[in-house]
Design a protein around this ligand. Structure first.
Ligand SMILES: [Mn+2]
Length: 290
């Protein structure tokens, strides 16, 4: 045994063992479970994704790249403040601020979708011209949800308020409240039901811009991703998501999140497993030449 680390399994996302100082991409969990409306459990998302990542190979057959050859660090989870939503969001923002200041590409594991609000606020301050690519069954464009301005159902509306709604690009939407559609029309793109055809139309407009990718795993059909807060029938296939990821990794991705994984309703862990595979493919798809 040359190195004791070679014979133990850490709690990190697989192969994310670079030391922080040398890592180019940093994984961090944001186990927020505060405003989930239908069935709670997203606080277990980051741990489930890490656990299921060990089911996968470090090597990607599609990309011919190996996670063990790239510098990724798993920072652990942001320590959130139970019952204190604003403080929890501020902590997420502070952590992402630090990652950006240190030149890292943040990879957030949610947690409910509201974690994307502080993360985008931080990344947008660092990258002028930021575009948000949003893959989701729902637009999350409500003005409020039962009076609450901060909710998983309002997160893209809040982001649009400081980023400009035309800098939001939505794909895969298949369920909405009628009142959200006005906000949808102001978006940079709003594609329903499928993800890949709309992205093919839109990708040229994104090519010169820094891009934040936010993947709500409920964009995938509940047959393949049952383990979400608000499942919606008739979603896309895992293969379409992976094909989409392949197209997105040709862009300048400056931050990524996968949210709404909720292990409470999926004893087989297939939703977290899919999320882990997507994280692996996005990580390996980054431009590692620099
Ligand atoms: Mn969402």
């Amino acid at each position: 045994m040359s190195n004791v680390q070679d014979v133990v399994r850490e709690q990190d996302f697989m192969a994310a063992r670079a030391v922080y100082a040398e890592a180019r991409a940093v994984i961090v969990g944001a186990p927020l479970d505060a405003t989930v409306s239908f069935r709670p459990g997203t606080r277990g998302g980051p741990a489930a994704v890490r656990t299921m990542s060990y089911c996968l190979e470090e090597y990607s057959l599609d990309l011919d790249r190996d996670l063990r050859d790239v510098a990724v660090h798993d920072l652990g989870d942001v320590l959130l403040v139970p019952g204190a939503l604003n403080q929890s969001l501020a902590r997420i923002e502070a952590v992402v601020d630090r990652l950006c200041a240190d030149g890292k590409t943040p990879f957030l594991l949610g947690g409910e979708h509201l974690v994307t609000l502080p993360a985008v606020r931080s990344v947008a301050a660092r990258y002028p011209g930021l575009a948000v690519v949003h893959l989701d069954a729902h637009p999350d464009l409500r003005e409020d949800y039962l009076g609450a301005k901060l909710s998983h159902a309002t997160v893209m509306r809040r982001i649009g308020e400081f980023l400009g709604p035309n800098n939001l690009f939505h794909f895969g939407i298949r369920s909405a409240d009628g009142a959200e559609m006005e906000a949808a029309r102001e978006s940079g793109a709003f594609h329903t039901h499928r993800v890949l055809p709309g992205l093919i139309e839109t990708v040229a407009a994104l090519r010169e811009r820094p891009v934040y990718v936010s993947l709500d795993i409920d964009v995938v059909d509940p047959a393949f991703a049952p383990d979400v807060g608000t499942p919606e029938p008739a979603g896309v296939t895992p293969q379409e998501v992976l094909d989409t990821v392949r197209m997105l990794t040709g862009l300048q991705i400056v931050a990524f999140d996968v949210v709404e994984v909720n292990p409470a309703y999926d004893p087989a862990g297939i939703t977290a497993l899919l999320a882990a595979k997507v994280v692996r493919e996005v990580l390996l798809g980054l431009d590692w030449s620099g």
